[in-house]
Design a protein around this ligand. Sequence first.
Ligand code: FAD
Length: 386
Amino acid sequence: MVGLEGFWGAPLASAGMDFSLPPEVIRLGLEATAVAERGARRHESLEDAWIIADDAEFAQELGRLGYLGMTWPRESGGYGRSALERFVVSEALLRAGAPVASCWFADRQIGPVLLQYGTPEQRNRYLPGILAGTARWCIGMSEPDAGSNVAGIATTAVRDGNEFVINGQKIWTSGAQRAEWCYLICRTDPEAPAHKGLSEFILPMDTQGISVRPIQDASGASHFCELFLADVRIPADNLVGELNNSFGQTMRQLEHERGGIDRLFSNRTLLDLVEPLVDTQDDRRRQQLARIQTRYAIGRLMVLHNVMGQAPRGYSALTKIFCSEFEQEVANFCASVAGADAMLGNRVSRGAIYAPAYTLMGGTTQILRNIVGERTLGLPREPRKA
Ligand SMILES: Cc1cc2nc3c(=O)[nH]c(=O)nc-3n(C[C@H](O)[C@H](O)[C@H](O)COP(=O)(O)OP(=O)(O)OC[C@H]3O[C@@H](n4cnc5c(N)ncnc54)[C@H](O)[C@@H]3O)c2cc1C
């Protein structure tokens, strides 16, 4: 039996928790809220804005305000601010549905990964654009036969003198049609066991041999793409981290993807839209609303636990399961309140149609449950099928 103490990463008795935010952090959150609401007013649909609403001008405004790279060290051009400060800014942006898609991936995960694994040259070259909100990045991980199973990646990168030659296909690559750079994961040693022999690269998207084909999702948006790579040559210096040993790096990157407020607030604005329509005299609706508000509070605490670096290993998986399943609940609740109107083409119907994506992107709920079961709770692994 796994004790709760181990699960939560700290003895319960030592609690002494103080949930109040320092006044300067509250002030920052209010400032960021004003910025976020201004940005949100520039767009019609506010839901999933962190993945769909692309606004270069707004991203650069965030850069000028020092809202990108907030926690990165000063010597790398960052602002050396606390995780809590970054949290309140991110929360304000996501809560309002601000159009951050063009800078979100870069700030959330590419920058931190380059800080951890990149060379000083790579940091000097790529971090300034991320900090300024001008550099657009996409992430080339998933392939037609390698989504959940990262170890199944088949796109190859073969060393040829001072270059790597890349061949293969990626899919579901969000923002690839506008990206300047792709953070690409390739197989570099086909002889090695599946988890070994992978490496990560920075791929300039204007390199010859790349074709990008947008995919329309069920709601009609085309924010993700197929990426075809035919004899694409990149400098060997574009390797990030260790050759043939990037699996751990990739898992680290996924941690950045999973435990944040973006997994809770993707469609928070939909609830704002629908809440005034809820019949609060109806007991069932009151119960549903109470459940939703309670879950926002729980999810937010889970995110904070990750953000503050107090969560045990694998906790971001738990957070993503809870929060993204909840985002689906919110979308379905909004559709049920809208009734027949949810069958028309509007924000509510779009929200309901898009909702299945929440428990797929960034790792499916089923895969994350495996992680929680096996790594966090220490349950026996399912025997591999022959
Ligand atoms: C909106 C959106 C944006 C995305 N953006 C990006 C992006 O920018 N870059 C990128 O690289 N990828 C991106 N993805 C892809 C995403 O990471 C994959 O969809 C996800 O990892 C699942 O992979 P798959 O679709 O190939 O499903 P599969 O891996 O084929 O899985 C199919 C089903 O089988 C289940 N399953 C598979 N293996 C197991 C197992 N061992 N145990 C239990 N169940 C299992 C899964 O849970 C799922 O339900 C995006 C996806 C979405 C929806």
